[in-house]
Design a protein around this ligand. Sequence first.
Ligand code: BG6
Length: 464
Amino acid sequence: MSKIRNDFLWGASTSAYQVEGSISEDGKVSSIMDDVANRDNYSKDITDFRDASGHYKNWKEDVKLFAEMGMKSYRFSISWPRIMKNLKGDVNEQGIKFYSDLIDELIKYKIEPVVTIYHFDAPNFIFEDGKFTDKRFIQLFENYCKVLFEAYGSKVKYWLTINELNMFAMASSAIGILKSNQIINRWQIVHALNVAQARAINLCHEMLPNAKIGPAPNLGCIYTNSSKPIDYTAKLNMDLVRNWVYLDIACKGHYSKTFLEFVKKNNEVFLIDPKDMEDIKRAKPDFIAFNYYSSMTVEMTNEETNIKLAQDQQSGHTIPNFAAAVKNTNLEKTQFGWEIDPQGFKNTLREVYERYNLPIMITENGIGARDVLTKDGKIHDTYRIEYYQKHISKMLEAINEGVDIIGYMPWSAIDLVSTHEGISKRYGFIYVNRNEFDLKDMKRYKKDSFYWYKDLIATNGEKI
Ligand code: BG6
């Protein structure tokens, strides 16, 4: 007998800038993601986010398909630059209306809206007058949260603060917020984000006593490459900056001493205003949401080697004598080279629950693949079904073993543009007929995984 809740939030996820398109419509101001194609590290062979999946225009039809699949929840992000117009704090009423209509439509179909407040697409105006400071960033973010809570608080119960706050440190080049040369370093911006997150949690609890709010990092358990004791030290190091610093601050209200020593040892700027720590201590998340794609395997680096801090899309940060990500030869990989580790999913669920003892919501998990649309309009994505079968089975095992999981919203509800690998890296249950530079007709097709997931949801996870 499965111990899964009857009200389990089976659903799926997207983010605004990856799915909506229409980047200059209805008063939306520009975001740091709009000019991604001009970045040195963005490939010229893939699309940018200008048109994405056309969801801004096609949202009603898309929600209808979500309802047909039986989704009980939909995790999406609100585009900060659609809502806030400038540094003065003027609000774009057309932006407010767009998400209000979307939320109403979801509720009409009994789909629980799960809202990410900020998913990578910061408005460019935060850098506009050349005076970017983390204090001001925090203030602007808090103002934006207030606008959202006022506009949607009566309809939205579940809020997520900042998507993958930890990836601002681990994958800053893909996310872009560190492009401004005014930002002193990644840990300082991570601190600013932590304070911004705490303010959002506190404000939400003050304004919306019935709402629930939580952080949404990207987590993955860490293995050692050998049984050498020094590799276990590497694991502890990596665990600290990959996983726990962000949740310790969100759930326990403090930075661990080992993290503070690590920052000091690496001569990184890390200035903490004691007043900020008061906000952080007061903020108590109601649940932990996290995104899981893969585990990580590490070994110790030596004094002379500067090796990438992480694998996959996470790159660029090098630290000697710390830890280095290495290939795990026990794991298969996706077409895009990401390791597939369902057991690692269960391990991560166990670790997070045992460490923080809060309900867990999975807000991303999924496989990016080059799906093929057949002549008769089908997409036979058996690899995606297999991926989900394995991961969901492990999640159900974790539930049966006592981990409190309240929802599963894999990536992604519908095809969208990957953070840095274009539209050809498809994740959706619904296919969008376009390719990198040809928008074709943007028609929606149900993949085989759509029908499979529909059955799974209808049986509350029984028919896997
Ligand atoms: C997560 C992000 O890191 O992974 C998403 O929250 C992203 O925005 C997803 O799309 C998959 O990563 P990618 O790089 O394949 O798009």
